[in-house]
Design a protein around this ligand. Structure first.
Ligand code: PLP
Length: 398
């Protein structure tokens, strides 16, 4: 093996990255090492819910770093106890297990459901998941995902994840048998291109799973912590799931995730679950700072309000350029471009200093900081409008 010569060569190539190196972030803005400023509507993939390096998170980290980093996952620590208490007080769940990534939280949810099946349902282990769903990149969570591109990878997969169609209750019903223990879904399929489950579907699913004695698992890694204008997305549908996973926004930019369960579903026994860094006080201190901010009076109302503004502006752009629907909720929205030009739009926006995401070739996804301003939205919309105008003109000339 040769020694790497370029600094980039020392990192495994897992995705195509632009050659810019990012050095600083503040609120809705990122700077690269050439001093160029970018208006960020990706925010670490819906992670930095309070923007880049928010003071509340930086201060909480600095204070905690001086006190205690990792006592041991086998000892209690203050920040994890406090964060778990806020989460259970604000949700329909009774207990929390902290993890370091969304995939790990989902892996925990899968294990918890299987454990429940072993204890209460004669070893039932199948978890019905959905075509288009995305639950992470561990072997089990890739298997649970309904992403076509994952299908040929890393065979054999983990078995026991039959796939239903989102918003089609009959497709779920058809898959239920005596091996089924749970149904697991994202309330909005984010990575697939922002495809929402309807509130009606979520309610029907709750009824169906209850009727069959199955667990309902909501993966709120992308939709949770205020992203759609409620603390947790399932609150829009007024349902109480049995298990929920959180990630991304919960740490406000640091690696933190959580698995929450009702008392009845929380059935791990000693030795079933754990991890060296799980629930470490440093990350939990950041999570506590984020959560206290997000549940402060009027914060979620302002997310809903800003989300409606962004939605309206995207609809205006869509009408002006003859594009498709705007879908999603709150500050997790997609604009359907109708034609596969999303990659070109994203590349041009990058050059123009605006960071956008294309989850599919024909759609743009918008997941700004939850405290993004209307002025910042207007600046992004102006950039997008100019790009689409130029591309429309180019298409007409061609
Ligand atoms: N679940 C959902 C809904 C996600 O959007 C993601 C990440 O995009 C994951 C799980 C995986 O989270 P992580 O990348 O932190 O492992």
């Amino acid at each position: 093996m040769t020694n790497a010569t370029h600094p980039f060569d020392a990192l495994m190539e897992i995705t195509a990255r632009p050659p810019d190196v990012f050095v600083r972030g503040e609120g809705s803005f990122l700077w690269d090492d050439g001093g160029k400023r970018y208006l960020d509507f990706i925010q670490g993939w819906a992670v930095n819910c309070l923007g880049h390096s928010p003071a509340v998170v930086a201060d909480a980290l600095a204070a905690q770093a001086k006190l205690l980093l990792t006592p041991s996952p086998a000892f209690y620590n203050g920040p994890s106890l406090k964060l778990a208490k806020v989460l259970v007080d604000r949700s329909c769940f009774d207990q929390v297990f902290f993890a370091n990534s969304g995939a790990e939280a989902n892996e925990g949810a899968i294990k918890l459901a299987r454990k429940y099946g072993a204890l209460h349902r004669n070893g039932a282990y199948e978890i019905i998941t959905f075509e288009g769903g995305f639950h992470g990149r561990t072997l089990a969570t890739m298997s649970a995902s309904g992403k076509k591109a994952f299908e040929p990878l890393f065979e054999p997969k983990v078995s026991g994840f039959p796939k239903a169609q989102l918003n089609d209750l009959a497709s779920v019903e058809r898959l239920i048998n005596d091996k089924t223990i749970a149904v697991m879904l994202e309330p909005i399929q984010g990575e697939a291109g922002v495809w929402p489950a309807t509130d009606r579907f979520l309610r029907d699913l709750r009824e169906l799973t209850t009727a069959h004695g199955l667990l309902l698992i909501v993966d709120e890694i992308q939709t949770g912590i205020g992203r759609t204008g409620k603390l947790f997305h399932h609150e829009h549908a007024d349902i109480a799931p049995d298990i929920m996973t959180l990630g991304k926004g919960i740490g406000g930019g640091v690696p933190l995730a959580a698995l929450l369960a009702t008392e009845a579903a929380s059935c791990f026994e000693y030795g079933d679950q754990g991890g060296t860094f799980n629930g470490n006080p440093l990350m939990c201190a950041a999570g506590l700072a984020v959560l206290r901010h997000v549940v402060a009076p009027d914060f979620l109302k302002s997310v809903a309000d800003t989300g409606l503004y962004l939605e309206g502006e995207l609809q205006r752009i869509s009408a002006r350029h003859g594009l498709g629907e705007v879908r999603g909720r709150g500050l997790l929205l997609a604009l359907d471009l109708r034609v596969p030009i999303a990659g070109t739009v994203v590349a041009q926006a990058f050059d123009d200093g605006v960071l956008l995401n294309a989850p599919r070739p024909d759609a743009l996804r918008f997941m700004p900081a939850l405290n993004v301003t209307k002025g910042e939205i207007a600046a992004m919309i102006d950039c997008l409008d100019a790009i689409l105008t130029k591309m429309g003109a180019a298409r007409r000339v061609a």
